[in-house]
Design a protein around this ligand. Sequence first.
Ligand code: MEV
Length: 316
Amino acid sequence: MSGQTSAPAKVILVGEHAVVYGMPAIALPLSQVRTYADYQFCDHTLTVSGENSGQPSLRWSPDDKSVRDPLAAMIHLTAQFFDAREVCGKIVIRSDIPIASGLGSGAAVSAALGRAVAAILSRELSDYVLNELVYEIEKLHHGTPSGIDNTVVVYEKPVYFVKDRALEFLNIIDSLHLVVADTGIAALTRETVADVRERYQRQPGPTRNLLENIGMLTEQARIHLEAGESQQLGKLMTQNHELLQMLGVSSAPLDCLVNASIAAGAYGAKLSGGGRGGNVIALVNDSIVPTVEAALLAAGAKRIISSSITGKSASA
Ligand code: MEV
């Protein structure tokens, strides 16, 4: 028997970094960009190989307790959850999500892999449990993650997320048109999160202020998002970008893409995810998607994804 599991990419609409400190943030799935895990049963051992997933191949053994490797750790946690001594199969991971680009590739690999291991074991893995397991792996990737990435990737729905609070899914009435533009620069979320922490220790008052302002902005963004007010929402996204600049997690290439999309008529734009490199998201009117795409490419974007996001998920 064989089959395929998958998980989507994600963007943070507003609130990254502040969410690590207990402020709210809003994240959306990008369903047309995904990680896939093709699995098949076999009678002995489990091998996992990656095509484009940024992960090395591995042969998993239940006795290998060195779970620093995120793939091995994810298999371990899933097998352990089901009390399984053995997992016998072959999994090939293939990902369309660029690595270290703020689009949640690590969480998507873990989620697709966990689903494939459960399928090989012929067991049901609820989103609730999968989310908990992927969160454990996110800690290996990022050190002190808020949990927003694994949550939006596993549930594949727009989320309003506050750490350690009940999860809220958002109802988006009107489609949101986003143009996602990649600087092509890989940046590790672990590093920007650590830099913000260091800044917080050095300058607690001003840093706290910035994080709280991002939190307040997220509350307002939620209102405009749910009311379908893209113009106001776009303004808040740009303000969010300015606060992230002050927090020290933007960069010249990110600022350049933000400015280019606004000059081309976007309602607003910001970096999305950990920052420094990775992607910018621009909120646009449907009619100007091609204009904004062209402006972003002219400004140096290495890859563009245009997406219409509705209440349930995103589609091309
Ligand atoms: C990364 O997508 C979002 C950050 O806020 C980190 C986190 O929430 O774990 C930068």
